[in-house]
Design a protein around this ligand. Structure first.
Ligand code: SF4
Ligand code: SF4
Length: 430
């Protein structure tokens, strides 16, 4: 069976905590789509147990169901027994990836995204430059309008359409930002990461501005790249560990916190200790690093910074990124912060806790299922009458933006820190 012995016994232990009560089923978006037990958390746990016991072939149904799962972890929030389901599905994906059990189309997409684009900082930079040219030159609109993509296999067309709307520039850190005059609250590090750096440099600037307003000195280590979450969530823990180790090395030991403004990254980095469970030379260090990881909304809510200058007013709603809500248990803080923005009239989003279908690279791997979830999300957003929807994860941001554009809506999507930093007249925050 795939994985070191420590990992295998840990997975069996986690599976053993399931009481088979079924309380997770109503919260599971994929069970909602199929009404089939195999597409539910409880069903998937049974499938994994059968594969590990050697009574079920891991190809076919097993591989399909594990990739159909969004890894949204809504089941974890619903579970009375505290089953850490995310660890189970990620282990299952490691089995199917290592044994090459997925359809060839999925393997090709994973190879392109995880190995080519997010495989190294240099290659990521190269693809970012292409994406910028694609966006700036007007090629994107021309390709979308022309219908040319219809001449290619659907999977290729979808891949081209998934090129993220990157910003015109990277975030350019100075290395360190000293605390504002009179401020001496402490010293924190900022994760700049990969996609946040390329697509949302403005969100990093807003984050730094808010941290400064809280009196924090901000260390922004140069040379940062991906935290490994995309790889860890999609069956490649080896590459995830390599990326995590390289990233941790860049941060000095004397920080009070490592601030993250991307929910998927933060959720993964808070479990760096578990990622290195079978490596005695790293487990303690990674665990100490993980304890410092804090989502920006968690951190700022504790500090209560001076609000942004009032600039107009707008109805604002909030979409819970799965890996902030279910992965980190952060729900009240972003709402409290958004309610504090001058001019913001906060309105709850129906089904705000339901996945938007982005789910890391799910929207690339399973576009039809992803679109079904997105349509529902967009319908809910439109029903609020909001002018702004805030969300704290780049995947959700890009997915919802794409859905709103397709629906012909002018609603702005932005990170909560952008509203806090610049007020409701901020625009999208790139
Ligand atoms: S995962 Fe939790 S909620 Fe779901 S069946 Fe098992 S114990 Fe019940
Ligand atoms: S992670 Fe999400 S999609 Fe997967 S089983 Fe849990 S609730 Fe369902």
């Amino acid at each position: 069976m795939t994985g070191p012995p420590g990992m295998l016994s840990h997975i069996r232990e986690v599976m053993g905590t399931c009481l088979h009560c079924g309380m997770c089923l109503p919260e599971c978006p994929t069970y909602d789509i199929t009404n089939d037990e195999r597409s539910s958390p409880r069903g998937r746990i049974r499938l994994l147990r059968s594969v590990m016991d050697g009574t079920l072939d891991p190809g076919g149904d097993f591989a399909g169901e594990m990739n159909f799962c969004l890894d949204c972890r809504a089941c974890e929030t619903a579970c009375p027994a505290g089953v850490r389901y995310g660890e189970l599905v990620e282990h299952a994906r490691t089995i199917i990836t290592e044994r090459k059990l997925e359809p060839v189309g999925i393997r090709i997409k994973k190879y392109i995204v995880l190995r080519l684009v997010f495989g190294s900082k240099k290659r990521f930079g190269f693809f970012t430059r292409i994406a910028r040219f694609y966006r700036r030159s007007g090629l994107r609109e021309a390709v979308e309008r022309s219908g040319l993509l219809g001449l290619f296999p659907a999977a290729f067309g979808r891949l081209v359409m998934s090129v993220p709307d990157v910003a015109d520039r990277d975030f350019s850190p100075d290395g360190a930002v000293p605390p504002a005059a009179g401020g001496s609250a402490g010293k924190v590090g900022l994760l700049t990461g990969c996609i946040m750096n390329a697509a949302f440099p403005g969100v990093h600037e807003d984050t730094v501005r808010l941290l400064e307003r809280c009196g924090e000195g901000v260390v922004i280590p140069a040379g940062q790249f991906c935290c490994g979450s995309l790889h860890g969530h999609n069956g490649d823990p080896v590459r995830a560990r390599r990326l995590a180790a390289a990233l941790m090395k860049l941060f000095p030991d004397d920080l009070d916190a490592v601030i993250v403004n991307s929910a998927g990254c933060g959720s993964f980095m808070k479990h760096y200790g578990e990622l290195f469970r079978d490596d005695p030379s790293m487990v303690g260090y990674a665990g100490r690093f993980a304890e410092k990881v804090t989502d920006v909304t968690e951190f700022i809510a504790r500090r209560n910074p001076r609000p942004a200058d009032p600039r107009g007013d707008a109805r604002v709603t909030y979409h819970d990124a799965c890996h902030l809500l279910h992965g980190q248990g952060v729900s009240a803080q972003p709402r409290t912060l958004l309610r504090s923005v001058p001019g913001a009239r906060f309105v709850e989003l129906p089904e705000s806790t339901r996945c938007c279908g982005s789910a890391g690279i799910y929207n690339i791997l399973r576009p039809a299922d992803s679109d079904e979830l997105l349509r529902r999300k967009i319908g809910n957003i439109l029903s609020t009458g909001a002018e702004i929807v805030a969300t704290a994860n780049p995947g959700c941001h890009l997915q919802i933006e794409r859905g709103l554009r397709a629906a012909g809506s002018g609603i702005t999507v932005c990170h909560p820190v952008t509203l806090l930093s610049r007020g409701v007249g901020a625009g999208g925050g790139r």
